[in-house]
Ligand binder design. Structure first.
Ligand code: EPU
Length: 420
């Protein structure tokens, strides 16, 4: 197991390039299973543990995946898709594996996918996915920790989501792509990754409209055609580097960004005293001498992303004044708080709210990453903490950030990966 050793207090300066979005690539890989004949080519795929897990899932199901590491290209052929079961050992590694349910049901008319179970950020049920597929005519049940579903051909219908679910919307979109007739998802998630999945499927001939709004319609088609696709840049990686510039009082030029995906993050950083300028695919961020307190409520897109909650909390730990953070997307996503307090932060949590009294300095200590985004927040805290911060369980961070330490080192951070 690896750890990061960070010597804090270095002001970052320079240029970083953001990779393609993990959360866009994962559903796109699942969606490639919908193609009966021919190949799907995905360009600029990031080298991440979660992407490797999804490739293993596709291969387990009978697809062939050719990888071209230098080119960062994946070529997927799912003509020989022949297994309909996604086992616990794969789904428990990464919840996004549950995204194969829709494509398997559409292609093979039956599927058995392990329930992902709870995780460190809360219980995370899949009832909306299950309700959606039963509305599309699937016979669906939960047995021995598995969701078992079968159908003739899925049939379009209107599906009302009680709340917008990101992968729930993606799963239904994929299932409905090959369904008979029209499906409408009301109160759909509008995240950029949902839009990117729709663009990818439409490039194969799917009939998806309205992705990016709260009502998505899918006119089912009989079959899809091959495509070559380049996914969107990772807004969460971009936001993490924006916050790295902000927290160190540094200056970063961040390339390969879609600024419109970062509206609420920019808004909160501006309130915290950060200077931001942008052009089409680039954002420049300059951190102030001392950040100002800022209050944040997480909310589905276009609200403030829950995935950046731990990172913005790192900023508030050293900001001038008291900040308030409310987590409304996941039930239990404050696992980073104890670790921040070990670094000398002053945070009190009550239910879904945290009050953060900014301190002048954090002090290095050993801390532990508990999920991807909590881990990224700890890296940010380590960049400003005086002395040495050790971050254990870096494998969580590696699931979503490709060699973050190399990118940070290039712009002046003192951060090393070592064997723990
Ligand atoms: N929910 C239900 N029932 C469902 C589905 C969701 O009650 O059937 C609840 C969840 O428990 C949660 C809320 O709805 O309280 C929102 O969950 P959502 O389904 O939107 O999350 P997700 O699709 O499981 C994706 C991302 C997460 C990101 C969330 C929120 C992927 C692969 N995962 O998860 O990303 O935090 O949306 O934006 O896209 C990460 O990348 O580190 C990560 C955790």
């Amino acid at each position: 197991m690896d750890k990061f050793v960070i010597e804090g207090g270095k002001r970052l300066s320079g240029t970083v390039r953001v990779n393609s979005s993990k959360n866009a690539v994962l559903p796109i890989l699942a969606g490639s299973l919908l193609l009966e004949k021919g190949e799907v080519i995905i360009n600029k795929v990031p080298d991440l543990a979660d992407i490797h897990t999804m490739v293993k899932v596709l291969e387990h199901l009978g697809a062939t995946v050719k990888t071209y590491p230098g080119d960062r290209k994946l070529v997927i052929n799912s003509e020989s898709l022949n297994k309909y079961e996604a086992p616990y050992e794969l789904v428990s590694k990464m919840r996004a594996s549950f995204l194969v349910l829709g494509p398997l049901l559409a292609r093979l008319k039956k599927t058995k996918v392990s329930l992902p179970g709870g995780c460190v950020i809360g219980p995370r049920p899949v009832n909306l996915h299950v309700m959606g597929f039963s509305k599309l005519g699937a016979k669906i049940s939960e047995e021995h920790g598995y969701v078992i579903a079968s159908c003739d051909r899925l049939k379009g219908n209107t599906i009302y989501f009680d709340r917008p679910s990101h992968t729930g919307t993606e799963n239904i979109i994929m299932g409905a792509t090959l369904a008979e007739g029209r499906t409408t998802i009301v109160n759909a998630a509008s995240d950029p990754e949902v839009v990117d999945l729709a663009c990818f499927l439409n490039s194969m001939g799917a009939g998806i409209q309205g992705a990016g709004s709260s009502t998505v319609t899918i006119n089912g088609v009989k079959k899809l055609k091959p495509t070559e696709y380049t996914p969107i840049p990772d807004r969460l990686e971009a936001a993490t580097f924006m916050m790295a510039a902000a927290i160190t009082g540094g200056y970063l030029e961040i390339k390969n960004v879609i600024p419109e995906h970062l509206g609420m993050v920019k808004n909160k950083l501006l309130k915290a005293g950060v200077e931001i300028s942008e052009d089409r695919k680039r954002i420049k961020v300059k951190g102030p001498k001392r950040l100002k307190a800022v209050s944040v409520t997480t909310y589905p897109f276009p609200g403030f992303p829950t995935d950046m909650q731990a990172s913005v909390m790192a900023l508030t730990c050293v900001a001038d004044g008291t900040s308030h953070i409310r987590e409304t997307v996941f039930e239990d996503r404050f696992s980073q708080v104890m670790e921040f307090n070990r670094l000398g932060a002053d945070i009190k949590v009550s239910g879904d709210r945290a009050a953060i009294n900014g301190v002048k300095d954090l002090r290095g200590a050993s801390v532990m990453a508990s999920d991807i985004r909590a881990g990224a927040g700890l890296v940010l805290a380590g960049l400003v903490a005086s002395g040495v911060t050790e971050i254990l369980r870096v494998y969580h961070i590696d699931r979503g950030y490709e060699r973050i330490e190399n990118k940070l080192r290039k712009v002046g951070a003192q951060i090393e990966r070592k064997r723990a």
